[in-house]
Design a binder for this molecule. Structure first.
Ligand code: NAD
Ligand code: TYD
Length: 353
């Protein structure tokens, strides 16, 4: 038996592959296009592990998908592959439509062909799990209750619109063709191997490099943060016991303003690696121009997943963020390698630094 993971060289995907091999041990075929966000170094601990097979390719490549599915006969496919950065989607939305919408469509069609030909007992057990985001629900006002699975889809950015479209395709492939699908909609993740274009790793690395810590607008936007390993355990649980065709919201009950997050990181760094001048890293906080159409607040109600499948996050924000800051301090080699080439160009274009 094996599973096929797409996008397993990205932030959440690589954590999932590592976690899966530790916890379940079943072989993983890892299909990833290695865009700027894909990084094989994040999987270097698995270099001599023959349970991990990496394939460099695109979820939009129908012939490759057919080949992999027929060759390895996975019992499940977990789809992480996506363009995932809101700011990039504002500058250049085309890749988001290509991978998140058309790529998911191509993947669904290849899987449908494979699944429909499986022997009855394998067809019954097969699962396609689509990893999605809370951003499909749009933005909350301060007093609104957190998003539940029945909230209307109201995506606001090219990224969230492309993910919403992919969720709709997955839903339709279940209702129309009976494909055994599961969808998870998760809040903002943080933790090891997070590419430093996203808020938390960007702030840790800029702080250590003596650079400005850019806060968009007034910094009062709220995100609901989940430690990435908790997301991995939720996906494992949904794959194991989720009801077919259902969606599950995944979140950490950790609503924080961006400014709170940045101050927390600065306080941990002040303790673990104080600045040589004795000042706080918080002195590097710089307010910059807001993101166009910036969603004000996301928050997840994860009670369905707890009630029906017994899942709860293991980390609080306080424990998870401390582990994360420590991980970045301990893994300067990884940081150095991702902080080059394309990434530098992006930072230059976005922030002019
Ligand atoms: P990421 O950008 O770090 O990684 C995406 C990976 O997909 C990269 O390795 C990239 O090379 C690969 N990829 C991109 N296009 C591909 C294609 N056409 N074919 C094959 N591989 C391709 O993203 P992430 O943060 O790890 O997110 C993974 C998934 O989880 C995404 O679907 C995202 O929408 C979802 N999600 C992310 C978060 C978050 O906070 N990061 C929260 C909820 C949901
Ligand atoms: P991000 O990590 O890009 O995730 P998302 O946009 O998917 O929520 O951003 C998290 C929050 O931090 C979001 O409100 C935008 C804000 N932000 C900044 O204030 N400064 C930055 O440099 C970045 C990258 C994000």
């Amino acid at each position: 038996m094996a599973i096929l993971v797409t996008g397993g060289a990205g932030f959440i995907g690589c954590n999932f592959v590592i976690d899966w091999l530790e916890c379940i041990g079943e072989p993983v075929i890892n299909l990833d296009k290695l865009t700027y966000a894909g990084n094989l170094q994040s999987l270097s601990a698995l270099n001599s592990d023959n349970r991990h097979l990496f394939v460099n390719g695109d979820i939009g490549d129908s012939a490759l998908l057919k080949l992999l599915l027929s060759k390895y006969s996975p019992r499940a496919v977990i789809n992480f592959a996506a363009e995932s950065h809101v700011d990039r989607s504002i500058h250049a939305p085309s890749e988001f439509i290509q991978t998140n919408v058309l790529g998911t469509f191509t993947l669904l069609e290849a899987i449908r062909g494979y699944w429909s030909e499986l022997p009855e007992d394998e067809r019954r057990l097969f699962r396609f799990l689509h990893v999605s985001t809370d951003e499909v629900y749009g933005s909350l006002l301060p007093g609104d209750p957190p998003f539940t699975e029945t909230n209307a889809y109201e995506p606001n950015s090219p990224y969230s619109a492309s993910k919403a479209a992919s969720d709709h395709l997955v839903r339709a492939w279940h209702h129309t063709y009976g494909l055994p699908v599961l969808t998870t909609n998760c809040s903002n993740n943080y933790g090891p191997y997070h590419f430093p274009e996203k808020l938390i790793p960007l702030v840790i690395l800029n702080a250590l490099a003596g650079k400005p810590l850019p806060i968009y607008g007034d910094g009062q936007q709220v995100r609901d943060w989940l430690y990435v390993k908790d997301h991995c355990s939720a996906i494992r649980r949904v794959l194991e016991a989720g009801a077919l065709g259902e969606t599950y919201n995944v979140g950490g009950w950790n609503e924080k303003t961006n400014l709170e997050v940045v101050h927390t990181i600065c306080a941990i760094l002040d303790e673990l690696q104080p600045r040589t001048d004795g000042e706080s890293y918080a002195g590097q906080i710089t307010f910059v121009q807001d993101r166009p159409g910036h969603d004000r607040r996301y928050a997840i109600d994860a009670r369905k997943l707890e009630r029906e499948l017994g899942w709860k996050p293991a980390e609080t924000f306080e424990t998870g963020i401390r582990k994360t800051v420590q991980w970045y301090l301990d893994n300067q080699g990884w940081v150095h390698n991702v902080s080059s080439g394309n990434y530098r160009e992006w930072v230059n274009q976005q922030y002019g630094i």
